[in-house]
Design a protein around this ligand. Structure first.
Ligand code: HEC
Ligand code: HEC
Length: 326
């Protein structure tokens, strides 16, 4: 009798687990059919590797004179950028391009404005070696970290070959993959909550009808294609400042004339809070950035009312992360 009762319980438990295993797909089935998808945290993660990456992301020994960490230019509490038109590297050297946010960067098709790094592991090599950023090298960084017993121990537990440049980059990338701003009001609306007001919904409809969505789309509302800056007007001529190497964008990677002024379309997930805008950091206000987009990407002058509502929509894209205070 007792045995049969237990067997019945097991069966119920089995059925419950069976049902629960379908919950994610039921959830997925409820997502509205829209060109923007909700952001999700990665499913497989190694807490020890992430903790090491977190530490390295904040470790100033990654720069030549121990003055800068990744977090110096990508401040996690303020949107994952330094909110400056140009970043300042080791010794106060001025960089040539605006720092994008590190939040949600794992969703981008490639890293950097010109997409020169295929993924976050390759990306992490960049700033360490860049003379206008950390201006260091792996041998220099490894020799510093190797004098730190706790670091040697942490790497030893995770990697058979201990502290190497590649392993530093792997740990940082694992940490960056957790920098996802989930649960935005827009994502909650996508999964069925009646949470957006009329103005925000109108802003989203305008975002689609003007055609912003043809470039800014997918989970990151951008980051999944390259696009010409100035499709409908000569942005660089009208900007009234000298064209720099950074302005060439994708051309710097491919060397193809046709790729001049092509940039990775930036994610708009945190655009509402992360000024200044564009690769050159030339625009301070979001309303002006949208006006520029209308003029140079769509050939339209967007009226103020529409801009106001598009801004309301962009605010709904800002999600949550425990390090992040919008
Ligand atoms: C001196 C400031 C500075 C430091 C220090 C710095 N970065 Fe950056 N970061 C930038 C700038 C500027 C860019 C844009 C460069 C470009 O696109 O050519 C960038 C781009 C990135 C991107 C690409 C994001 C995207 O959407 O394309 C990631 C990821 C990133 N940095 C992570 C890091 C990591 C990891 C470190 C530490 C190893 C680091 N950064 C250190 C300024 C900095
Ligand atoms: C043809 C493709 C395309 C269209 C259409 C387009 N954008 Fe963009 N958007 C881009 C590119 C490329 C950039 C980066 C340009 C640069 O940095 O020089 C960008 C940048 C932005 C930025 C600045 C983001 C940042 O972090 O610097 C905002 C905000 C923006 N777009 C909003 C919009 C809105 C709103 C619309 C519709 C009115 C729109 N875009 C239409 C391609 C497009």
């Amino acid at each position: 009798m007792k045995v049969r009762y237990l067997a019945a319980m097991h069966k119920k438990l089995f059925l419950l687990l069976f049902f629960l295993s379908y919950v994610p797909s039921l959830w997925a089935a409820e997502i509205k059919n829209e060109p923007i998808l909700p952001l999700n945290l990665p499913l497989d993660s190694n807490p020890k590797l992430i903790a090491l990456g977190d530490q390295l992301f904040h470790d100033r020994r990654l720069s030549r004179d121990n003055s800068l960490s990744c977090a110096s230019c990508h401040l996690l509490s303020s949107g994952g950028t330094d909110r400056k038109p140009r970043s300042t590297g080791v010794g106060g050297v001025m960089g040539g391009i605006k720092a994008p946010t590190v939040y949600n960067s794992s969703f981008n098709l490639a890293q950097f404005w010109d997409g020169r790094a295929d993924n976050l592991v390759i990306q992490a090599e960049g700033p360490v070696h860049n003379p206008v950023e950390m201006n260091s090298s792996w041998p220099e960084v490894i020799s510093k970290l190797s004098r730190d017993a706790a670091m040697v121990e942490a790497f030893g537990q995770l990697f058979s070959d201990g502290i190497t440049g590649k392993n530093i980059a792997i740990a940082i990338a694992a940490f960056e993959q957790t920098l996802v701003t989930v649960n935005s009001r827009f994502d909650r609306w996508l999964t069925g909550e009646q949470i957006l007001n009329e103005r925000e919904l109108r802003g989203y409809r305008l975002f689609k009808s003007y055609g912003c969505i043809s470039c800014h789309q997918g989970a990151n509302v951008g980051g999944n294609m390259y696009s010409y800056m100035g499709a409908k007007g000569d942005y660089f001529k009208d900007r009234n400042s000298e064209i720099t190497q950074a302005d060439y964008g994708r051309y710097n990677v491919t060397g193809h004339e046709d790729d001049k002024h092509y940039f990775k379309v930036p994610s708009l997930r945190l655009a509402a809070i992360n000024s200044p805008y564009f690769h050159d950091g030339s625009v301070e206000n979001l309303d002006e950035a949208i006006r520029v987009m209308g003029r140079y990407q769509l050939g339209r002058e967007i009226p103020d009312d529409d801009i106001r509502d598009i801004i309301a929509f962009l605010h709904t894209l800002v999600g949550e992360h425990n390090r992040f205070k919008p």
